[in-house]
Design a protein around this ligand. Structure first.
Ligand code: ADP
Ligand code: MG
Length: 677
């Protein structure tokens, strides 16, 4: 019934049909699931009954011309004084200077928004002239496209609900509805469109959040099961003795967390199913060692292994690590954008002929003309740096290859469940022994001289330092100029005492390699750089990370940068130079000085910026949810995930109570037909 086209609905003619189709609505179900994105509700109360920080509606007379102030180029603040109940209340509107004409002195207006009890101030989000009928019903406001009107949508949906609601069937199992005290599907649809009150609206939303997350998680879990079961026959019989021997040869003892992760990875290599695993570990936790040992294991099983990293610098650095750790008979090669011409041809040929065992590279590895003779294992480092498509291309080059994704950006639980829900996860949640916490300070620009003398003192004692300038976009010449200017300044100030180097994205690859090599070998003591050093760079003798205009970076990025120091035995320092104007900037600086825990920082970052900005929605594969919100609904997300795992693992759809859910799944996810039996 609900699949029926909306064409037959009374009141929807061809024109209206087109408009609705434009908004993605073609069936009755689409219509019922086209939810409001907010609600209007005017309930006027006397001033003394208003509650601080709550949304309120008040009406009163405009006292004088509103005042508009502009700041930061495009931002504005409009302030209007309104007389309410004999008191003067201030109304504030942000970035809507054009609203000025709606507030004519002497006239009555009704405004709604958040109430600030202490300042007698409303941050206005809605306003209209005149008074509004008191205690009006809660009115749904729909997201609209084209010239369709909110009232038209209200009418159509209200009518559709009247006519079809009794054909809407519940598909969530009774026990979930009961356990979580969710309204039924019918009630929830009615209440999300036309709520009786805010409590029933809340419960309706709760139901759809759960419903949406459960369906999503079921898909993830089915997907995970399918990947596992669909690929068999790529068991890698690695040589345990050789692997153990290599581990003993390492210049350090692996931490327990490293050993645990390594075991999980080796078990996946050995299993006939394809590995699809995420290795998470804070910066400096030692993921690379785990990666190298597992690459070696794959080679002892007679396979080729590939290690894909996001930057040339990292590729080179990892190549050195591979060379110093792996036995001499392992054939290692590096393929990056800077490898060209004859050299490149040669490597590609050898890869295709199976004469290379381990290849390390950037996305140069996934170009069309690169083939592998026998690719068995792929590691993708700093995986969020690659787009979903790039990750998939490498997958496809070795049809059955085991894949390990590594990330140093701690992924908040909610995101790891959503974006990586189809993966197994290993965590290195322990730092190598002897590491000292990096001391972090936030200073203003006017203290620069004092900081520089502090840095100089450290350098005199044999340490090295990074000075990072913000680079918002690679193409931004101004930012590179910042780095160059600072470099010249510092070079001048420290002439004859310290060698200063400069690193930025405009340098040629050879130049970059040279600078990095000089820094690694302590030829350069102070490295001025744009953010190209952000990921993965490992120079344990560096103990100072000074970040210019630190408030221009996100928390995760600051954490990454800070992770470049504190990699050796010496005490390290991170100095954030910033005069943030906004509260968010200040908040970020404060958080950075308070914690070095990457997970806490990631959660905060998610809160302050939202998942899209932290990971780049398209990049990360984080889906966009309709009702659910990853920051606030994490409990529901976990519940849904547990339920979904239980359902898929135990094939609970065979139980009578789950039969409707089963039908729904079959209809929705035909790709899983073979699993759903
Ligand atoms: P990540 O890639 O996780 O940020 P790395 O693999 O670059 O970290 O390791 C950081 C540093 O710690 C490197 O210098 C590495 O040699 C060292 N390291 C790794 N594992 C250990 C360990 N178990 N004990 C001591 N040092 C270690
Ligand atoms: Mg790393």
């Amino acid at each position: 019934m609900l699949e029926k086209s909306i064409q037959d609905v009374k009141g929807i003619g061809p024109k209206m049909y087109e408009k609705l189709a434009e908004m993605g609505i073609t069936t009755l179900e689409d219509l019922l699931y086209y939810f409001p994105n907010r609600y209007d509700h005017y309930e006027q109360k006397p001033l003394h009954d208003l509650i601080h920080e709550e949304k309120v509606t008040i009406a009163g007379q405009v006292i004088q011309e509103p005042v508009v102030q502009y700041y930061n180029r495009k931002r504005s603040r409009l302030t209007v004084s309104i007389r309410v109940d004999g008191a003067v209340v201030k109304g504030v509107l942000f970035n809507r200077a054009y609203a000025k004409n709606h507030f004519t002195p002497g006239e009555v207006v009704t405004v709604s928004g958040k109430w600030d009890q202490h300042r007698l101030q409303v941050t206005i989000d809605q306003y209209q002239k005149g008074t509004v009928e008191n205690n009006s019903p809660i009115t749904p406001i729909y997201p609209l496209k084209g010239d369709i009107k909110n009232n038209q949508v209200i009418k159509i949906i209200s009518q559709t609900i009247d006519e079809t609601l009794n054909t809407v069937e519940e598909f969530l199992p009774e026990q979930f509805i009961e356990n979580y005290r969710l309204p039924t599907r019918r009630d929830a649809i009615k209440q999300i469109h036309f709520p009786d009150n805010f409590t029933s609206l809340k419960h309706a939303k709760r139901r759809f959040v759960y419903e949406e997350l459960l369906i999503f998680q079921l898909k993830m879990q089915l997907f995970r099961k399918k990947t596992k079961e669909a690929t068999t026959g790529n068991a890698q019989k690695y040589d345990k003795e050789k692997v153990n021997h290599l581990i003993k040869q390492l210049p350090f003892t692996l931490t327990n967390a490293q050993i645990k992760s390594l075991k999980e990875i080796l078990r996946d290599l050995e299993s006939p199913h394809r590995m699809n695993r995420l290795l998470q570990g804070d910066v400096g936790s030692g993921k690379t060692a785990v990666a190298i040992v597992s690459l070696f294991a794959s080679v002892t099983a007679g396979k080729q292994a590939a290690f894909m990293v996001p930057t040339e610098i990292l590729a080179e650095q990892h190549e050195h690590s591979l060379q110093s750790i792996l036995p001499a008979n392992i054939r290692i090669a590096r393929l990056t954008g800077s490898v060209k011409g004859k050299k490149r041809k040669e490597i590609i040929q050898k890869l295709a002929d199976g004469e290379i065992d381990v290849i390390i590279g950037t996305h140069a590895l996934i170009q069309d003309d690169v083939y592998f003779a026998n690719l068995g294992y792929v590691i993708i480092d700093e995986q969020h740096r690659f787009g979903v498509n790039q990750r998939n291309t490498l997958k496809e080059k070795g049809i059955l290859a085991d894949i390990l994704f590594m990330t140093a950006t701690p992924i908040p639980r909610t995101l790891s469940i959503t974006a990586f829900g189809d993966m197994d996860v290993s965590k290195i949640d322990e730092m190598p022994k002897g590491r000292k916490t990096v001391e972090t300070y936030w200073v203003k620009h006017n203290m620069l001289n004092r900081i520089l003398s502090f840095i100089y003192k450290e350098l005199k004692n044999g340490s090295q330092a990074y000075v990072v300038c913000p680079l918002i976009e690679e193409s931004d010449k101004l930012d590179i100029q910042n780095a160059i200017d600072l470099f010249m300044q510092l070079q001048e100030a420290l002439r004859g005492k310290v060698r200063v180097g400069l690193m930025h994205g405009r340098l040629s690859n050879e130049e970059k390699e040279q600078v990095m090599a000089d820094f690694t070998s302590n030829q350069i003591q102070l490295l001025v750089s744009t953010t190209v050093v952000e990921v993965g760079v490992n120079v344990p003798n560096a103990t100072i990370m000074m970040i210019q205009d630190a408030d221009r970076f996100g928390l995760s990025q600051l954490h990454q940068l800070r992770g470049r120091v504190g990699r050796g035995e010496k005490q390290s320092y991170c100095i954030l130079v910033a005069d943030p104007k906004g509260d968010t900037g200040k908040e970020r600086m404060r958080i950075m000085t308070e914690t070095t825990d990457g997970f806490i920082l990631a959660e905060k970052d998610l809160e302050l910026r939202g998942p899209g900005d932290v990971f780049g929605v398209k990049q990360s594969g984080v889906p966009e949810f309709k009702v659910a919100d990853l920051v606030h609904d994490y409990r529901a997300l976990e519940t849904a995930r547990n339920d979904a795992m239980d359902i898929v693992m135990n094939k609970r759809w065979k139980e009578p109570e789950f039969s409707r859910l089963f039908q729904f799944l079959k209809k929705e996810f035909s790709m899983f037909d073979d699993l759903l039996n």
